[in-house]
Design a protein around this ligand. Structure first.
Ligand SMILES: Nc1ncnc2c1ncn2[C@@H]1O[C@H](COP(=O)(O)OP(=O)(O)OP(=O)(O)O)[C@@H](O)[C@H]1O
Ligand SMILES: [Mg+2]
Length: 390
């Protein structure tokens, strides 16, 4: 969708801002460009909508060489959220949002209608905020208007230059989450610039890590964190990259343990008898459709007095997650419930129980996912020795 081919940009004073850059952003993909200040991120962005012309190389949009497209026409296909938001201070929120439709010559009413729709989409009630001026908004609200404005003409491509840079970390995280939800709906092709590796990892389908004017690594967030291509990248992503990686590594079926399982209507006596015979201290309790109900300790009652069914003694299980949830969430859930294991269910089949994840298996999952990325094979095919299996 967007393709850079050997693009170099040298400014008049001899600064090489971008050096022989080649990469591609697929349709509907969100690529984050991350790197330190002055490494050429904004320059890269501005070449896509021809605010800056490359010195060498070519940029292609949907296969068309953009140097052959009239810049005004080109910019209709590209929404742009500029660094520092850049709202017009003397225009209201609604007018700011309708800027591009206005430039495109839409009828005033239609432009305002579209603007109101978009403000709603980014979580700003147009009847409350529409007539305000930018100075009457919080930083986070201004950034939302910046995003709404870029989406106004419904362009297939979005360029976002540190769109959430000017707010505190809490607001930033909220804006990021909202933007992820929005992107799931609108599926734009997005080039997103940030100098914050956390943001890059959280938002990007893939990440381009910039050094000075060059891409040092272009990979999925998990791979960048698990297998940094160069010492520079390793340094940039930080010493806590293992921890960061937890948040981008999903729970897979091959990570799960299979503990003993009993059913709600099993007679208690036989259930506890069996658990003792197997030396198990607890079992997962399932309902008639094999959905997770809870758990039962092996010593729920002594065999001699065991009466009735598992149902009367089963405890509800609060610590569970769907398959595919990030390992970080699994870890957080264990801590929150002070649980030595969590149950994992299948979201698709309305909660069928799949197995349990323990701390040892979580550690193993992380180790295997790193090896799997390095060897480019599915995680299930990687065996590692861990404390648990050694
Ligand atoms: N018009 C210009 N003339 C000369 N040099 C420039 C010009 N614009 C940018 N540069 C230089 O090009 C390099 C890349 O700048 P760019 O704005 O692309 O960086 P950036 O990665 O966006 O940085 P930041 O994170 O601070 O926004 C910098 O060294 C900068 O000083
Ligand atoms: Mg910049």
């Amino acid at each position: 969708m967007i393709r850079f081919e050997h693009v170099t940009k040298r400014y008049a004073d001899g600064t090489t801002a971008v050096d022989d850059l080649s990469f591609e952003v697929a349709e509907g993909e969100l690529v984050t460009l991350v790197g330190p200040s002055g490494c050429g991120k904004t320059t890269t962005m501005k070449m896509v909508n021809r605010l800056i012309e490359p010195t060498e190389g070519g940029i292609f949009l949907d296969g068309d060489d953009i140097s052959t497209i009239d810049p005004v026409q080109l910019r209709r296909r590209i929404g742009y959220v500029i660094q520092q938001v850049g709202l017009f201070p003397h225009k209201t929120v609604l007018e700011n949002t309708a800027t591009v439709p206005h430039l495109l010559g839409w009828k005033r009413g239609k432009g305002r209608e579209r603007a109101a729709e978009l403000l709603d989409l980014v979580g700003l009630d147009p009847s409350v905020y529409g007539d305000r001026y930018p100075e009457q908004l919080s930083g986070g609200q201004r950034q939302r208007v910046g995003v709404a404005r870029a989406l106004a003409a419904d362009p297939p491509v979005l360029l976002m230059d540190e769109p959430f840079g000017a707010v505190d970390p809490v607001v930033r995280e909220r804006l990021q989450n909202e933007f992820l939800k929005l992107q799931a709906q609108v599926r734009k092709t997005v080039l997103f610039v940030t100098h914050d590796i956390e943001e890059a990892v959280r938002l990007g389908d893939r990440i381009a890590v910039y050094g000075q004017g060059r891409i040092e690594q272009f990979d999925s967030p998990a791979t960048v964190l698990g297998a940094p291509a160069t010492p520079y990248v390793a340094d940039f992503v930080g010493a806590d990259r293992g921890l960061k990686r937890l948040s981008v590594t999903p729970i897979e079926e091959s990570d799960l343990d299979q503990p003993p399982v009993v059913h709600l209507d099993d007679p208690l006596a036989t259930a506890t008898e069996r658990l003792r015979a197997e030396g198990a201290r607890w079992a997962v309790v399932l309902d008639g459709r094999d959905n997770l109900h809870g758990w039962i300790p092996a010593d729920a009652t002594t065999t001699a007095t065991a009466k009735g069914t598992v149902r009367e003694h089963a405890r509800r299980m609060e610590a569970w997650l769907p398959l595919g949830a990030p390992l970080k969430q699994a870890f957080a859930t264990m801590l929150q419930h002070d649980a030595g294991w969590i149950a994992v269910i299948d979201k698709e089949s309305e909660g069928r129980f799949l197995g349990v994840l323990t701390p040892a298996r979580l550690h193993e999952a992380l180790r295997r996912s790193i090896d799997a990325d390095a060897q480019d094979v599915p995680r299930a095919e990687v065996a590692v020795e861990t404390v648990a299996t050694a």
